[in-house]
Design a protein around this ligand. Structure first.
Ligand code: GUN
Ligand code: FE
Length: 458
């Protein structure tokens, strides 16, 4: 909210700047949050009588209060080695899963003090970067998953926490029977209900939600997938897994499933629902993408990770235009950066890589370039990191932007010395774009989840 006396350098010319129909900058506006943490008013600043009775905060005009970021795909245990281990393919002997992921996840069962510290760091690090909601893969063991739930509740982050399920093709000391996977999954779901409440218990949205988490088809038998699908249906739970991620994964999965595509296998076991979040999807065929649209299952686009494992970038723009639900994920530690603004930038860069590929293909074939553009810009990416994520979670009525009645989950991005503002040339839109492309945790001055301040000075 700008102040007439504000000496900030940004000239304000209009009250609402439309960057696209789905991304607008509102100036001289008032946002009111009620005790319950929901948005009571968002609109022009009018001299309401009740303004006398509320606590008012004025934002300087170089601060942008934005919807909090929603990270649709994060392996919390893998944060221990994020920034290393970028030298292997995903699967196979000596691959990334076998060499790094499985040992790191398994080790958390042996040192619960270390695990607690790791998960507290994960939650604080993501909150400090403006991520208010995260879909977390935990570990195979239920106890570390409970610690992740505790860390999210302790620091006030909205989180989905899943016990990773595997009953085949995993190391013997990091694999469970079908039955044990199911039992520990149910145990974690009950733990989350006990600690965070159950959706519908009252008018408040819980802070932590349960999540059904078969790791991916190669490590889950059809019996396990079916049992998880059935349990998710009976409890109306969110589901997450990896789908059609990389060439090696697709080959392995199809060899195990008689040549059937991941999407078809997941559908058969009741794992493609309106509450499903499917990571990657780089190699989805057109009929598989269609199956995701029909079931309204969402894709978690993880562009940085895709550069390392997927052998290709997701045709994200095409999927959005076809009506697929797509949000963004960091995929810690397949992607090493926990920042969703970084995921936004990677999504834009990945789309440009696809464009380069298209251009060189059409040149080689001396064809007319009649393919549609794969390009995304910062506005598409910002949408996917916020409202797109809310749609993916089927919580578009509660999260993702500042509509009246939604949760006040927000991040305040502020210009600091790392962003050069040129008063003669920069519009509000320019400065917002500079923040999207250049901001880091120095620019996150405040974060709110469910109306409660979780980062920043008072
Ligand atoms: N596929 C199965 N497990 C994993 C994982 O931990 N990370 C990624 N990127 N892909 C997977
Ligand atoms: Fe992943």
């Amino acid at each position: 909210f700008t102040d007439e006396d504000d000496e900030s350098p940004i000239a304000v010319r209009e009250d609402v700047v439309f960057l696209t129909p789905f991304l607008q900058l509102h100036v001289n506006h008032l946002l009111a949050v009620c005790e319950e943490g929901k948005i009571r008013y968002f609109g022009p600043l009018v001299a309401f009588e009740w303004l006398e009775t509320v606590e008012m905060v004025r934002l300087p005009s170089d601060a942008f209060c934005c919807p909090g970021f929603i990270d649709l795909h994060h392996h919390a245990p893998q944060y221990a080695y994020a920034g290393t281990a970028t030298d292997r393919p995903l699967t196979g002997p000596g691959g990334w899963l076998e060499e790094y992921a499985f040992p790191a996840e398994r080790s958390l069962r042996d040192n619960l003090e270390h695990t607690k510290h790791l998960f507290q760091t994960v939650v604080q690090t993501t909150l400090q970067r403006g991520t208010t909601s995260v879909v977390y893969f935990g570990t195979l063991d239920v106890v570390p998953c409970q610690q992740l739930v505790d860390a999210a509740l302790q620091y006030g982050q909205r989180a989905w926490v899943g016990k990773v399920c595997m009953d085949r093709n995993a190391p013997t000391d990091y694999c469970q029977s079908t039955q044990q996977n199911l039992e520990e999954t149910k145990q974690l779901v009950q733990y989350i209900y006990k600690k965070a409440g159950r959706r519908g218990d009252n008018s408040r949205l819980p802070l932590v939600f349960p999540l059904i988490t078969p790791r991916f088809i190669p490590t889950c038998t059809p019996e396990l997938l079916s049992a998880l699908g059935e349990y998710a249906r009976s409890e109306d739970l969110h589901i997450t897994t990896h789908i059609s991620e990389s060439i090696d994964e697709v080959q392995w999965s199809q060899a195990l499933e008689g040549g059937t595509e991941d999407a078809v296998v997941l559908k058969k076991h009741g794992l493609l629902t309106r509450q499903s979040i499917l990571a990657h999807g780089v190699w989805l065929s057109d009929p598989a993408a269609q199956l995701l649209r029909e079931t309204q299952s969402a894709i978690a686009h993880c562009p940085l990770s895709n550069f390392f494992f997927a052998n290709q970038s997701l045709p994200c723009r095409k999927l959005l235009e076809q009506g697929n639900l797509v949000g963004l994920g960091t995929d810690i530690a397949g992607g090493y950066d926990p920042s969703m603004l970084s995921a936004c930038r990677c999504a834009v860069i990945a789309s440009r890589a696809l464009e380069h590929q298209q251009q060189s293909l059409t040149q080689q074939k001396c064809q007319q370039n009649n393919l549609s553009s794969p390009l995304l810009d910062y506005r598409h990416a910002f949408y996917m990191a916020t409202l797109g994520g809310a749609y993916a979670l089927n919580l578009q009525d509660h999260l993702g932007n500042f509509e009246i009645g939604k949760e006040f989950d927000a991040v305040v991005l502020t210009v600091q010395s790392n962003i050069f503002v040129c008063p003669q040339r920069d519009t509000m839109a320019d400065i917002f774009q500079k923040l999207c492309n250049l901001a880091d945790d120095r620019n996150v001055s405040h974060v709110f989840v469910a109306g409660k301040q979780v980062i920043g000075s008072s």
